[in-house]
Design a protein around this ligand. Structure first.
Ligand code: GSH
Length: 211
């Protein structure tokens, strides 16, 4: 049995694993670690980070590696080397945009420095927000024939792209709202399509993430 481990809040890094396995009815356990227990438990995990995945008592980590594993198990990866390149780029893009917004999140949550947070978040909005979502839109524009899915077959790339767009549109990131998507009409249409893609939206995990 696959066991997934993350903190006690929803975040894309583990949600894409849960969505992928749930989509294909692959059984898994999910353990949430309360934030206050982290310093005691950090050493249990490879690289001292979560998400982590345990199978047969062996721990594994790093979002991209875990996502690839879960997607292969769920038939949401691909056999074609060029489709794989597209899927992997979406996963790497998700890591990149997260790394770009992370300093402003850290300033607010960890350092509790409001001035620094505002400065960093405004810099992110000015320099990175549209730039990084344009990169994703370009990938879709250049490689997807119908623009419905990244590889023309629903995959972990769509789960990941959807989860990140949802994060940025959710209103949970202060000073950012969904209006930025108006500048990216192809991506906006794609996002609306995934928001109505029943095999994903009917999942309990999906519903709990959006509620
Ligand atoms: N390279 C890792 C990054 C994972 C990561 O940054 N995890 C954060 C939570 S989102 C974490 O474990 N933070 C606690 C710590 O580093 O002590 C991955 O790809 O999964």
């Amino acid at each position: 049995m696959i066991k997934l481990i993350y903190f006690d809040f929803d975040f894309w890094r583990v949600d894409i694993l849960r969505l992928s396995l749930s989509h294909s009815n692959i059984p898994y356990e999910f353990q949430r670690i309360p934030r206050q227990d982290w310093s005691k438990r950090k050493k249990e995990f490879p690289f001292g980070q979560v998400p982590s995945m345990i199978i047969d008592n062996r721990p594994y980590a790093h979002t991209h590696s875990l996502a690839k594993f879960c997607a292969i198990r769920s038939s949401l990866y691909d056999d074609n080397e060029f489709k794989i390149l597209i899927i992997d780029q979406v996963l790497d893009w998700a890591n990149e945009i997260t790394n770009h917004i992370a300093p402003s999140i850290r300033a607010a949550m960890r350092e509790k420095n409001l001035e620094k947070f505002k400065k960093l978040r405004k810099e992110f909005i000015r320099n990175d927000l549209i730039v990084w979502f344009s990169y994703l839109e370009n990938l879709l524009k250049n490689f997807s024939t119908k623009k419905q899915f990244f590889t023309d077959k629903f995959s972990i790339a769509d789960i990941t792209a959807w989860r990140i767009i949802f994060w940025f549109c959710s209103g949970k990131l202060e000073l950012i709202n969904d209006s930025f998507l108006n500048e990216l009409p192809i991506l906006k249409k794609y996002y609306t399509g995934i928001n109505n893609y029943q095999p994903l939206t009917k999942l309990k995990v999906f519903q709990s993430i959006v509620s």
